[in-house]
Ligand binder design. Structure first.
Ligand code: ZN
Length: 144
C-alpha cells in the first residue's frame, strides 16, 4: 500500500462516491452511486501499480479475463448496448479502469479525440510510419 494514493488508502471511495461491488485476491470493482452515470464502475488492482504499462505478473495474466467477465456482467445488468473502457492515468497514479455501460443519450465520451477537433489532411509520411512500426515491433519482439 502506498500511503499517498487515494485508492490504496481507501479515500477514493468517498471522494468519488463509490461502493465495492466485487473483489478477488488481486482486483477490486467499485461502482459509482451517481444516478446520472448508473452502472459506471472502476476496476483496479489491489496492489499499487501506477499505470497500465507497469502491469505484470498475475495481474497482467488475469487482466483480460477479469475485464471480459466484468464488462459482460455490466452489460447484462444494465441492458447497455456495449461497455466503454477508459484508462487514463494522469489524475490518480494507481491503475484504474473506467467501465461505462453505454446507452444512447448517456453522458459518456464516445470518441478518443476531444469534441470538435478535426483531423487535418496531412499524414506523417512513410519514413515516420516505418520508424514507428519498427520501434513498436522491436519492443514487442524483445518483451513478449
Ligand atoms: Zn495505490
Amino acid at each position: 500500500m502506498v500511503t499517498n494514493c487515494s485508492i490504496c488508502d481507501g479515500t477514493a471511495d468517498a471522494t468519488f462516491s463509490r461502493k465495492e461491488l466485487w473483489r478477488n485476491d488481486r482486483w477490486r470493482l467499485t461502482f459509482s452511486t451517481y444516478k446520472d452515470v448508473f452502472g459506471f464502475c472502476y476496476l483496479e488492482p489491489l496492489r499499487h501499480i501506477r499505470y497500465i504499462t507497469e502491469l505484470d505478473g498475475i495481474e497482467a495474466d488475469e487482466f483480460g479475463t477479469v475485464l471480459s467477465h466484468i464488462t459482460s456482467a455490466l452489460k447484462a445488468a444494465t441492458g447497455a448496448r456495449l461497455v466503454y473502457v477508459y484508462i487514463y492515468g494522469d489524475h490518480i497514479p494507481h491503475l484504474h479502469v473506467h467501465l461505462a455501460p453505454h446507452t444512447y443519450g448517456d453522458p459518456f465520451a464516445d470518441d478518443v479525440i476531444r469534441g470538435g477537433v478535426k483531423l487535418g489532411d496531412e499524414h506523417v509520411g512513410e519514413e515516420v510510419e516505418k520508424g514507428f512500426v519498427r520501434s513498436v515491433r522491436n519492443f514487442l519482439l524483445s518483451s513478449i
